[in-house]
Design a protein around this ligand. Structure first.
Ligand code: MRU
Length: 350
């Protein structure tokens, strides 16, 4: 497998298999793994071998395609039942990022509307999943162009978690804006928040920025306020896992406190997300925030750092209210204030 893409390709369909970078091994090793069954893809999503909202949306769609391809059913109804079973298994992996559900619904709709026999239905499912992967990169490039004018030459941009090539099929959302700014000839520096407990900032954002030759500085999560108060941050750009119709931004845990601090220091705060991240059916109070295993908190990379028996809370995401958001960058345009009122008008149908 090629490893020399300018920006990494995170999820690929390759000769009837799904290939994905094993993100649990980064930054030490860049390894592509091959998945031939939907159950393996579901497990990879759950264990964060693949992670990031757009990436898990495409991976799940490809998981359904694997189920279609591997089904022994000879009737449309039988095949669709097998696919439904896979879809429901994949849906149960992670609750917060809406892209997961969007991706699965889209391949299931393609299968249901495909004309002809089971062969045609399988082909339609696979080609829709492959199309979604290609579209993802194009969507991020468009989003990058929408966000690029927000960055000034010489800006220092802070980011949380990883909303880069590794969180998507390629190019990235928040980091897509940074890439587009550099492509437009601007000098942009990035402050990377380490993002405890899973360390997506330190392990993944730092990995892809260093690999692509960006000027970046890693900080601990506890240094965010200090850096802002000393005037060392010009803008914040983050990704999103779900943006509800009332303009609330669900993203990696820690994003809310970054937004509060940005607001305190008068620093613009921009979430960047493709249309597949918008949930125009729900308001913020109806979103499930994933709670992950306690070990992620009481251990650091496999080593226990807290006493046995300590109760742990490990919410994986938080919600930032629209009043803390300066504007949202989407591939369909910039969503300005009042965010809650403008979301549906700019996004239309996700
Ligand atoms: O738990 P993760 O690593 O899947 O969380 C990822 C994030 O929170 C990203 O910021 C979000 O998915 C946006 S990715 C373009």
């Amino acid at each position: 497998m090629r490893e020399d893409f300018f920006t990494l390709r995170t999820v690929l369909w390759d000769e009837g298999k799904v290939r994905m970078i094993d993100q649990t091994l980064l930054p030490q090793r860049l390894v592509y793994r091959e998945f031939g069954r939907w159950e393996e893809v579901a497990d990879a999503i759950r264990r964060m071998v693949v992670r990031g909202a757009p990436a898990i949306g495409v991976a799940a769609a490809m998981g359904v395609a694997l189920a279609a391809q591997g089904s022994r059913e000879s009737t449309r109804d039988g095949l669709l039942k097998d696919m439904e079973r896979a879809a429901s298994g994949l849906r149960s992996t992670r609750p917060t990022a809406v892209n997961l559900f969007w991706g699965i619904d889209r391949v299931m709709a393609a299968a249901r509307t495909a004309r002809g026999g089971t062969d045609r239905l399988v082909r339609a499912t696979v080609s829709t999943a492959v199309e979604m992967a290609e579209e993802d990169v194009e969507t991020n490039r468009r989003l990058g162009k929408v966000g690029e004018p927000l960055i000034d030459d010489g800006d220092v941009v802070m980011t949380q978690c990883n909303a880069g090539a590794l969180a998507t099929v390629g190019y990235g959302t928040a980091l897509g804006v940074v890439r587009a700014a550099r492509d437009a000839g601007k000098c942009v520096k990035v402050i990377v928040n380490e993002t405890r407990p899973a360390l997506q900032g330190a392990r993944l954002t730092a990995f892809e920025l260093v690999r692509d030759g960006f000027h970046c500085t890693l900080i601990s999560d506890t240094a965010v306020g200090h850096m802002m108060s000393k005037g060392r941050v010009d803008k914040v750009i983050v990704g999103a896992d779900r943006i509800t119709k009332d303009g609330y931004v669900f993203n990696k845990i820690g994003t809310y406190q970054v937004a509060v601090l940005a607001n305190r220091h008068g620093i613009p705060f921009y979430p960047a997300a493709p249309h597949s991240t918008f949930d125009l059916e729900r308001t913020h109070d109806r979103v499930v925030i994933e709670e992950r295993a306690a070990e992620e908190v009481f251990q650091v990379r496999g080593k226990r750092v807290a006493p046995k028996g300590i109760p742990v809370a490990n919410p994986a995401f938080d919600e930032t209210p629209p009043e803390l958001v300066t504007a949202i960058v989407s591939d369909r345009g910039l969503i300005g204030r009042p965010i809650g009122e403008n979301v549906a008008a700019v996004i239309g149908t996700p």
